[in-house]
Design a protein around this ligand. Structure first.
Ligand SMILES: Nc1ncnc2c1ncn2[C@@H]1O[C@H](COP(=O)(O)OP(=O)(O)OP(=O)(O)O)[C@@H](O)[C@H]1O
Length: 259
C-alpha cells in the first residue's frame, strides 16, 4: 500500500561532513516525486536516508525526522531491516544476482521473509511480480536461466520485479535509466507510471525531460560551492518547476545555464 513520507529538519552527515542540510518536505502517496540538481548536491544521499540505507556507510548518520504514515523511521525501536522491506530501492546499474536464475532473483526477497511459502504460492508471486514489471512475456519460457543473460533494460525490469515482489509501500529509484538505451528507458518510464497506482515512487534523475514526463512533484537540490552542504532549494508541482519556478536557481538549472 502506498504511503506518505514527511521529512522534517533533516541533516545528513558522512562523519563530520554535512552533505545535505535542513530538508523539510512531504512526499505524497501514489505519485512520482523526482529529485533533480547538479552533481554532488546530495540527491542520492537524501534518497538513501529515506530507507536507512545511508547509515550502512561507516560514520554516516542523520539528524531530524523521516516519518512514514505517522511512524518515525529513525525512532530507537525501529529496525532498519524492517524499514528497507517497506521502502524498496532500485539502483543506477541493474544488479541482479548474476548466477541466480530469473525466477530465484525475483523470489530471493520473498524467501528471506517467508521461508515456508509453498512452491505454488511462490510461483504465483513470482509471476505477478514479473507481470507487474512488464517482463513476464519476455522471460516466462526461461525462468530457470541466469538473470545476467538478460539485456540491460530487461535486467533493470528484473530488479524492479525483485523490489516489488515483497510488496513495499515506497519505491526509491536512483537514476534507474542512466545505463539504459532510449527504448528501455521509455519502457521503465511507462512501468513507473503504472506502478504509481500502488506505490509511492521517488526517483533521482539527471534527465530533466524524464522528470517532466513522469513526475507529479519535483524537488530541486543545489549547493553553493564545493564542500558546502546540498539544500533543497525548491519543491513544487513538476508543471510549475518546469514552467514558472519560484527560485532563480531552479530556472537557471532547468534552462541549462549551469549544472
Ligand atoms: N560514501 C561517502 N563518503 C563520504 N562522502 C560522500 C559519500 N557519498 C557521497 N559523499 C559526498 O556527499 C555529497 C553528496 O553526494 P551525492 O552522491 O548524494 O550527490 P548527488 O547529487 O547524488 O550526485 P550525482 O548526481 O553526481 O550522483 C558529495 O559531496 C559527495 O562527495
Amino acid at each position: 500500500m502506498a504511503k506518505r513520507i514527511d521529512v522534517s529538519d533533516l541533516n545528513i552527515y558522512y562523519g563530520n561532513f554535512l552533505a545535505v542540510e535542513n530538508v523539510t518536505v512531504s512526499i505524497e502517496p501514489r505519485s512520482i516525486t523526482a529529485l533533480i540538481g547538479p552533481s554532488g548536491c546530495g540527491k542520492s544521499t537524501f534518497l538513501r536516508s529515506l530507507n536507512r540505507m545511508h547509515e550502512v556507510i561507516p560514520g554516516a548518520r542523520v539528524e531530524g525526522k523521516v516519518v512514514m504514515d505517522g511512524q518515525d523511521l529513525y525512532a530507537p525501536d525501529v529496525d532498519p531491516v524492517d524499514v528497507r522491506q517497506h521502502i524498496g530501492m532500485v539502483f543506477q546499474r541493474p544488479n541482479p544476482f548474476p548466477t541466480m536464475s530469473i525466477y530465484d532473483n525475483v523470489a530471493a526477497g520473498i524467501r528471506l521473509n517467508n521461508k515456508k511459502m509453498k512452491r505454488a504460492d511462490l510461483d504465483t508471486l513470482v509471476e505477478r511480480s514479473l507481470r507487474g514489471a512488464n517482463l513476464w512475456n519476455e522471460v516466462k519460457d526461461r525462468l530457470d536461466r541466469p538473470g545476467a543473460g538478460l539485456s540491460g533494460g530487461q535486467q533493470q525490469r528484473l530488479c524492479i520485479a525483485r523490489a516489488i515482489a515483497i510488496e513495499p509501500d515506497v519505491l526509491l529509484m536512483d537514476e534507474p535509466c542512466s545505463a539504459l538505451d532510449p527504448i528501455s528507458t521509455l519502457a521503465i518510464e511507462d512501468l513507473m507510471t503504472e506502478l504509481k497506482e500502488r506505490f509511492t515512487i521517488v526517483i533521482v534523475t539527471h534527465n530533466m525531460q524524464q522528470a517532466a514526463r513522469v513526475s507529479e512533484q519535483t524537488g530541486f537540490f543545489n549547493l553553493s560551492g564545493v564542500g558546502q552542504p546540498g539544500r533543497l532549494i525548491e519543491f513544487n508541482s513538476t508543471e510549475k518547476i518546469f514552467s514558472n519556478p519560484d527560485e532563480k536557481a531552479t530556472e537557471d538549472y532547468i534552462s541549462g545555464r549551469f549544472g
